[in-house]
Design a protein around this ligand. Sequence first.
Ligand code: AMP
Length: 434
Amino acid sequence: MRFEDFNLDPMINEGLQAMGFEKPTPIQEKAIPLIMSGVDIIGCAQTGTGKTAAFILPVLHHLLQNPTKGVNTIILAPTRELAMQIDQQIEGFSYFTNASSIAVYGGGDGQDYVRQKRALKTGADIIIATPGRLISLIGSKEVDLSQLNHLILDEADRMLDMGFHDDIMKIISALPKKRQTLLFSATMPPNIRKLAKGIMGSYEEISIKISKPAEGIDQRAIMAHDPQKEALLTEVLKNDDFQSVIVFASTREKVKNIARTLKKRGDKVQDFHSDLDQSEREKIMQQFKARNLRVLIGTDILSRGIDVEGIDLVVNFDVPPDPEDYVHRIGRTARASKTGTAITFINPRDIPKFRQIEKLIEKELKKEQPPSELGEGPQYRSAGRNRGGGKGGKRHGRRSSRNPKGKRRGGSFRSGKKSGGGSRRGGGSNRKSR
Ligand code: AMP
């Protein structure tokens, strides 16, 4: 299938050509015709699938066919970074059209607010906003929403995680009832379905799951008992090739402990979890993007939606509970066809979980041992006859001991592959009108 097959406005096709988009991604193939037909949809898709273009292109097409005087489309996004990224994509797709867009978000200074208010007054077809800032702007009566045709919620699960539910409902109460609503979310927990029921009529559901990690990721697995893991991480980080690192751990407490240990060693490290408020999280992300932080340690809250380019290494300090989460987490590296490394620490309890992951990725990884000075790690029981890991199952390999010294050859922590480049996304002006 080609983009021309959607019969989008020719100006949009020109923009796509200029951006080098040739073939629609699977979610674009599914979503674009549905959205063009005018139905509400829920899309279950993660960052990296092309979901942004999937909702922008049909909305832009509709806008060009049916121009409005006031705001035509509102896109709600959880963070300023995402709002800016969406705006940049719109800028590309609409380059040959006269559609205008503006990103409005909090976190800036008072001047930012004044600038955004002024820009809105002169009119914008598409507003990409974080919920809090949009509420202030609606309150100031600077925005004409009476003509609104489309409402899009991007990364809805993350917005709910960040406590935006009431803000979203408040915004929706200020919008015309007759509109098209599109909700995108990386996961579909019950609170998302409840939100959808509250704000949409009948809707179509589409789902695109990434079940294969990108080819460019060098995936590694190291066997480690829990008490060995912090020292093992420290060893891994001795490799200077890894300059931009994300570490995932299962609980907030663990995240904090690991951060404390690494900080003591003088690494530029920051913990990232739900105890931090949004502005703190954004500040940390900015520092990480600017490469002023080497290591970001977080719970799964980190794996959603961040689009930082040039991450060299993702470490799964614990095996993620869900195989899809593994793909999701390691997808933070090797983005946009670059290469990167993902290392997973496996303790004996997590072996069955890791088998599920290998099943999903259809690949068996070599199970490395920690360096000898850290003692012997557990043995990986091969799958096969031992399914289910029940007590009576026959086990292969030697029994592991906790800290026997110097029995095995240490693993090397050379990355082999290295990703390059920093973030190319910048701030810049936040309004365009052509
Ligand atoms: P998204 O999942 O929307 O964040 O998109 C991930 C990246 O893929 C972005 O950098 C897009 O510009 C790019 N992209 C999306 N759709 C396509 C496509 N059909 N062809 C080429 N690149 C694409």
